[in-house]
Write a protein that binds this ligand. Structure first.
Ligand code: GDP
Length: 444
């Protein structure tokens, strides 16, 4: 799976990780190689562009972390961007609706629709313990209906009896009726495909959708068709509306162009992937696992993650020590604010301090959220070193200068200073008294 792409990216990144230092020119050269590798993998041009641009920006702006080589840092950045491009959080089939939950499968003929219908039915039955009814709506190819019936018999999963002469929307309604009467949890509707994307197929799919009101509309697309699969998804989504994609034949896909472009171009998640002809060859699509399969550099990624976490912990401990000694200046506050943004808000150091949880609410009430955090960092950035060390010297004219520098009002500067004072006071209050909560912190 994605072997060609994996080999190319691996080679490029291997050369980078060996180096002790990386110049901007080195990063640019690597980005050109990555760009070529992605284009050869048939990834959509717009996706390639934004991918390399984001990686480049981060690679150049990356903070140097002790014990990590710059090249290893780039591997981590590429890894994270791959995950983001593939769709960040994996999404699975949503069965959260009143049963029988209708799921409609659409796609071109030969894409693996009927096989995938059987695969999904099998997984829902065996793994999720649901009672599943499958229905073929392919009135053009009697062999297709028979194919689903055979698969159903093999798997001991019910299929809707075939009634000759019925139109697809009527079959859909009959399937839903049978689903209700038979106490099924899920009804899978396997619609007819054509060899090419045509208006007739779209119209029919839209009619079936109106008749069955499916909870999921899944496009089954052959990953080997690369950008055609992506264009197909876009067309189906505009005309019929999709909730997700199933990419088939991933087992034979050396390039990965469809997988990497699908989410970014269509905005629709890849929910499942077909990895073989057998009915158990169906897997969830986990962007993080796919990214690590493509890069094959899991060790480096976890090394960088660990190093970054260690650095954060060291910084936090250093700030805590300063707080304990009552030497918490605005540079420390700035570090702290950045830390909080990284840790997703107010958690940060506060969370590490025993006995301080009550104050979290106070700080939250003072209105620190991510937007505010960023603005506050900008305010501190506009101060001189002396001002950061000794905020008491900040009188009206200095405040005015700082406000102008950060593009905000003087009252925002005052708010920040007040917050710093409050925090410093809190620290003093907590550290007062022998063996107070801060004593435990110092040891930790
Ligand atoms: P449909 O016309 O869209 O219903 O396509 P079928 O379900 O009949 O599948 C067409 C062919 O593709 C069959 O030979 C399947 O065994 C094969 N196929 C389907 N999914 C996969 C997959 O994920 N991997 C591989 N290798 N073959 C698949």
């Amino acid at each position: 799976m994605f072997d060609n792409l994996s080999e190319k990216l691996g080679g490029i990144l291997d050369r980078l990780t060996g180096r002790g230092a990386l110049s901007e020119a080195d990063v640019d050269a690597a980005m050109r190689e990555i760009r070529r590798a992605l284009l050869e993998a048939d990834v959509a041009l717009e996706v390639v562009r934004s991918f390399t641009e984001r990686v480049r920006e981060q690679a150049i702006g990356a903070t140097v972390v002790k014990s990590v080589k710059p090249g290893q840092m780039v591997v981590k950045i590429v890894n994270d961007e791959l995950i983001a491009t593939l769709g960040s959080e994996g999404q699975s089939i949503d069965l959260n609706a009143v049963p029988p939950v209708p799921i409609m499968m659409v796609g071109l003929q030969g894409s693996g629709k009927t096989t995938t219908t059987a695969k999904l039915a099998r997984r829902l039955t065996e793994r999720d313990k649901r009672k599943v009814l499958m229905a073929s709506l392919d009135v053009y190819r009697p062999a297709a209906m028979e194919q689903l019936a055979v698969l159903g018999r093999d798997l001991s999963i019910d299929t809707l009896p075939i009634v000759a002469g019925q139109q697809p929307p009527d079959i859909a309604r009959r399937a839903m009726e049978a689903g209700k009467l038979g106490g099924y949890d899920v009804v899978l509707l396997d619609t007819a495909g054509r060899t090419t994307l045509d208006e007739e197929m779209m119209t029919e799919a839209a009619e079936i959708k109106a008749a069955a009101n499916p909870h999921e509309v899944l496009l089954v697309a052959d990953s080997l068709t690369g950008q055609d699969a992506v264009n197909l998804a876009r067309a189906f989504d505009q005309r019929v509306g999709l909730t997700g994609i199933v990419l088939t034949r991933i087992d034979g896909d050396g390039r990965g162009g469809a997988a990497l472009s699908m989410r970014a171009v269509t905005g629709k998640p890849i929910k499942l992937m077909g990895t073989g002809e057998k009915t158990d060859a169906l897997e969830d699509f986990h962007p993080d696992r796919i990214a690590s399969r493509i890069l094959g550099m899991g060790d480096i990624v976890s090394l960088v993650e660990k190093a970054a976490a260690t650095l954060d912990a060291e910084k936090a401990a250093a700030v805590a020590e300063k707080m304990r000694k009552g030497k918490f200046d605005l540079t420390d506050l700035r570090d702290q604010l950045l830390q909080m943004t990284k840790m997703g808000g107010i958690g940060g150091l506060m969370g590490l301090m025993p006995g301080i949880s009550k104050m979290k609410n106070q700080i939250a009430a003072s209105g620190i959220d991510d937007r505010v955090l960023k603005r506050q960092v900008a305010i501190i950035d506009s101060m001189t070193r002396e001002e950061r060390k000794n905020p008491d010297i900040l009188k009206a004219s200095r405040k005015k200068r700082i406000a102008a520098g950060a593009g905000i009002k003087v009252e925002d500067v005052n708010k920040l200073l007040k917050m710093h004072r409050n925090m410093a006071d809190m620290m003093k209050a907590v550290s007062r008294g022998k063996g107070g909560p801060m004593a435990g912190l110092a040891k930790a």
